[in-house]
Design a protein around this ligand. Sequence first.
Ligand SMILES: CC(C)(COP(=O)(O)OP(=O)(O)OC[C@H]1O[C@@H](n2cnc3c(N)ncnc32)[C@H](O)[C@@H]1OP(=O)(O)O)[C@@H](O)C(=O)NCCC(=O)NCCS
Length: 211
Amino acid sequence: MLGAGGHAKVVVEALLTMGHIVSGLVAPEREGTWLLDVPLLGNDDVLPRLRAEGIADAALGVGDNRLRGLLAGRLLAFGFNLPCVLHSAAWISPSSVLGEGVVVLQKAALSADTKYGRAALINSGAIVEHDSDIGEAAHIAPGCVLGGNVRVGARTLVGIGSVVRPEIVIGSDVIVGAGSVVVSDVPTGSEVMGCPARPRARGTAFTELAT
Ligand SMILES: CC(C)(COP(=O)(O)OP(=O)(O)OC[C@H]1O[C@@H](n2cnc3c(N)ncnc32)[C@H](O)[C@@H]1OP(=O)(O)O)[C@@H](O)C(=O)NCCC(=O)NCCS
C-alpha cells in the first residue's frame, strides 16, 4: 500500500476488514518504519522490485488528491492491479460503477447509479445520492452529504461535513471548505466555503477598511 500517514492507517484497517493481507507500505522514510504492525518497505524506488517479486495488487493510502491521482497512474504503469478498497461496513449500491483504486471507508453510503473515477476517495460516513458522478482522485470527506445528480470534478476536495444540493456541478481542482453548504455550481480551480458556500474573499475586507 502506498502511504504511511494517518489516512493510510484507516485504509490498512479497511483492507483488513476485507480479509486482505497487507504485505507492506511504500512511503518516504520520514513517515516512519511501521504502521499498525505493517512494515515500511521503502520509498517508490522499491515498486519495480516488489512487482517482480510477485506482489500484484496495490492500494492507495494517500490523502492528497493530486498525489493520489499521480500515484494511481504510476502503479498501473508498473503493472500493479489497483483493486478498490471497500470497507466491509460501507454500503455500496450494486448499480454504482467504481473505477480502479477507489477507496470507500466505513459507514459511507453509495447510492444507485452513482459513478466514481479512478482513485476517488469516499471517506467515513459520506453519503453520495443517486446518479451522482465523482471525478478521478476526488475526495468526499467524512460526513458529507451529496444530493442526487451532483457532479464533482477530478481532484476536488469536498471538505468534512459539507452538504451539496441536488443537481449541482462542482468543477475540477476545487476546494470546498469544511462544513459548507453548496447551493450553486462551483467553477473549476476555485475555493468556496460557508453557508451558502461562496468563493474565498482574498483581502477584500482589509482593502475596504483601509479606503
Ligand atoms: C477552506 C480551507 C481549505 C481553508 O484553509 P486555510 O487556507 O488554511 O484557511 P485559514 O484557516 O487560514 O482561514 C482563512 C479564513 O477563512 C475562514 N475559514 C477557513 N475555513 C473555513 C470554512 N471551512 N468555512 C468557513 N470559513 C472558513 C477562517 O475563519 C479565516 O477567516 P478570517 O480570515 O476572517 O479569519 C480549510 O479551512 C478547510 O475547510 N479545509 C477542509 C479540510 C477537510 O475537510 N479535509 C478532509 C480531511 S479528511
